[in-house]
Design a protein around this ligand. Structure first.
Ligand SMILES: [Zn+2]
Length: 266
């Protein structure tokens, strides 16, 4: 079913885009003072439904946000916009942008400046609320003015919970990493793909006991991670891992310790 970074779910074609990789100290992701450097990819998802062209999450944007300079390094030869063009689409073609939450590595191209002039950008109201309460200089807080402007100007729509954004694409609230954090189901039944966003963004997160220093509610994140991964396994869903630099299209299988990712045939 999967050829490279493109696969089909029902009538929908899913293309995995890419906005480069970031490099940061492990301590920035897991808390503590771990000095190990780790790499994270940014695999935004493009879904061609026939009627709609839906982008799920939007990378870092044109450059590394100022708040992260010094703590993060961004490496890329091609950006998300280059990959979009290579997939045969212009920025104007995007009709919907779903933002899983408001961290800078997920909202870049969508908000400041907005790169998709014909798209509605979907943000959970709870995620916005939480971002307003974050300290000055926090990445989520930085996204607030752009979201508020988008709401005012009509290109940003606030969602209140789980539901279908377009036929075949459903967001589901799975908080923990942030308030109002949403994952995305594409298709349903036993023909589905799942975008886990930062609930389980890379293979190392399949260990449910991994406590992440960047989750605002680690216990909720853990509970939701287990429930969602069990559901993904039972549906045999293709899972898209946003930050996984290696095999980012996987199936989930139970192990004694937790879960493992089985790479899709490329
Ligand atoms: Zn992230």
């Amino acid at each position: 079913m999967a050829t490279g970074t493109t696969f089909d779910v029902g009538e929908m074609r899913i293309r995995i885009l890419d906005d480069g990789v970031f490099i940061t100290d492990a301590g920035n992701l897991f808390g503590g003072s771990r000095k190990m450097r780790i790499r994270g990819a940014m695999h935004a998802v493009l879904v061609e439904t026939g009627d709609n062209l839906v982008l799920i999450d939007a990378g870092f944007g044109p450059e590394l946000p100022e708040a992260l300079v010094g703590r993060y390094e961004l490496r890329r030869e091609k950006s998300l916009m280059d990959h979009l063009q290579e997939a045969g689409h212009a920025a104007e073609d995007i009709t919907h942008v779903i933002l899983s939450h408001l961290d800078a590595d997920h909202v870049g191209w969508a908000l400041e400046p907005p790169s998709f002039p014909n798209a509605t950008v979907y943000v959970q109201e709870d995620a916005l609320e939480e971002a307003r309460e974050m300290p000055e200089g926090d990445g989520r807080r930085e996204a607030v003015p752009a979201v508020e402007k988008g709401v005012e100007e009509g290109w940003c729509e606030l969602l209140n919970g789980s539901g279908e954004v377009v036929p075949g694409i459903r967001v589901e609230i799975r908080s923990g990493h942030s308030a109002g954090h949403q994952i995305v189901w594409i298709g349903d039944g036993d023909d589905a793909a799942l975008y886990t966003a930062d609930l389980a963004p890379a293979k190392i997160w399949l260990d449910p006991d991994l406590i992440s220093g960047v989750d605002t509610d680690p216990e909720a994140a853990r509970r939701n991670r287990i429930e969602v991964l069990e559901e993904a396994e039972s549906k045999d869903a293709t899972v898209i891992l946003y930050h996984e630099p290696g095999d980012f299209l996987v199936k989930i299988r139970h192990t004694e310790k937790g879960f493992e990712a089985v790479p899709m045939e490329g």
